[in-house]
Structures are given as C-alpha cells and as structure tokens.
Design a protein around this ligand. Structure first.
Ligand SMILES: Nc1ncnc2c1ncn2[C@@H]1O[C@H](COP(=O)(O)OP(=O)(O)OP(=O)(O)O)[C@@H](O)[C@H]1O
Length: 237
C-alpha cells in the first residue's frame, strides 16, 4: 500500500508586490509517497520552490491543507511548524550549506544535538550516516578539504541522520559534474528504498528523469502531469 508522508489538498498561494499579485500555486493537490524518489520539474517561476516550502511547513498556504498524517500543517503556529521540520524533514540544497569550521562528522551531528540526542548516540548515528554515503574514511575533513560531490554527500548524511519522514532536495546536482551528480541521485534513490523516506527532489536537470520513480510536472502554478516513467503511465494530465 502506498503511504503518503505528506499530502497537499487544494493548495493555493499568491504573492503581492507593489500591488501586482502573482498566483504562485493554484489548487495543487498531491501526495508524496514513502520509499519513492519523486522528481518535480517545470520552467522557472512555475511554483516548484513555493510548493516545496509549503509541503515542508516553511510557508503556510493561503488556501487548502497540508497533511502529515492527521495533522494539518496549515493550522499550526510558526513554532509548531519549526518543530515539525526539525523532527520530520531533511533538506539538501544546491550550495551544500555546510559549516566551514566543522568536520564532516561534526556537521552530521548538528541536527541530532538540536534534537537533544545524547552525545554518544549522536556520534554513532553520524558515523553510520557517513558510511551510508560512502564517506567513512573522510569523516575528519572540513568542507574546504572536500570535493563538491563529497560535500553534497555530507549534506545528505546530515539530512538522513534524523531519519526524516520526508527529504526535500532543491537542485542537489546543479553544482556538480555528471558523474558526481549521478552518484548523488543514486544515493537519494537508495535512501528512499532502504529507509522508506519520501524523497522529493526539485530539479532542472533532465538527466534525473530516468532515475525517478515518479515525475511531477508543474506549469504556471499548477500540477500539469503526474507520471511514473518506468511504468510509462501518466496518472493525471
Ligand atoms: N517571496 C516571494 N515574493 C514574491 N513573489 C514570489 C516569492 N516567492 C515566489 N514568488 C513568485 O511566485 C512564482 C513562483 O516562484 P517559485 O520560486 O516557486 O518558482 P520555481 O518554479 O521554483 O522557479 P525556479 O525554477 O526559477 O526556482 C514566481 O512568479 C515568483 O516570482
């Protein structure tokens, strides 16, 4: 049975700047499934980042609901949504967002420290997460001593160490060459398969299409198509 980690229902979002209103999202309904690598594509400005921000509880929608289980994120306070993100969401960004002064092992431990996990357990879990991304031997290195691909793998380890229900990746391969990019995608897919995490990846990189379990295509604030490339079926659109 397909279990959604998060579900948007009739979500709408607009931004108004200098009296000009932009409808970033229009009546978007979608569920992101556990254990799947879902890719979200679409032209610049079509609403991908806004949807990602709403699904992760970073931004509240103007209309609609976002369910994590029975909890509607749209009804939570800012503090409650912050706590939801800390406990249940992992994030990976194009620019890695690592701390310059920390070793790989320390970077991965940071979220566990915030969550109050005891030091020894945090260290053990961080080591295991670095092993998952193939960096056991490089755990003492700082970002300046690592390649782009290695830095992104540390970022993945830092995101998965929390055992999040959902992992959001925003353009995770755009700063990497083909080989490193493919390596990162393989790790993200494996993470979904092995841990049951729902991985939602926003990307312009169409090379990722062949690795995705599911592809969501957006256009002008709407979800245009919902496809499963390997089974060649379009669920909608
Ligand atoms: N904070 C904001 N204030 C005003 N307008 C915004 C804001 N965030 C997004 N928008 C507008 O909403 C629309 C959707 O933007 P969004 O960033 O979600 O698109 P995107 O598909 O992620 O684009 P890209 O691929 O270029 O990152 C755009 O027209 C954008 O200008």
């Amino acid at each position: 049975m397909q279990r959604p980690a998060i579900r948007a229902e009739g979500v709408g979002k607009s931004f108004t700047i200098q009296n000009i209103r932009t409808r970033a999202l229009i009546d978007v309904s979608v569920d992101i499934i556990r254990g799947e690598f879902t890719l979200m594509i679409g032209p610049s400005g079509c609403g991908k980042s806004t949807l990602l921000a709403i699904l992760s509880g970073m931004t509240p929608p103007d209309q609609g609901a976002v369910y994590a289980g029975k909890i509607n994120l749209a009804e939570l306070s800012d503090d409650q949504r912050d706590l939801f993100r800390l406990k249940h969401c992992g994030f990976i960004f194009q620019g890695f967002n690592l701390f310059p002064g920390l070793s790989a092992l320390e970077q991965v431990q940071v979220p566990l420290d915030y969550m109050g996990v005891p030091e020894e357990e945090a260290r053990e879990r961080a080591r295991f997460a670095l092993e998952h991304v193939g960096l056991s031997r490089r755990q003492h290195l700082r970002p300046s001593e690592m390649s782009g691909g290695e830095k992104q793998r540390v970022a993945i380890a830092r995101a998965v160490v929390k055992r999040p229900a959902i992992l959001f990746a925003d353009e995770p391969t755009s700063a990497l060459d083909t080989e490193n990019g493919q390596n990162i995608v393989a790790i993200l897919r494996e993470t979904a398969r092995e841990t049951g995490t729902a991985v939602l990846c926003v990307s312009h990189d169409l090379r990722l299409l062949k690795s995705a379990d599911r592809v969501l295509q957006m256009e002008d604030g709407r979800l245009l198509r919902d496809m499963r490339p390997r089974s060649s079926t379009a669920l909608t659109g």
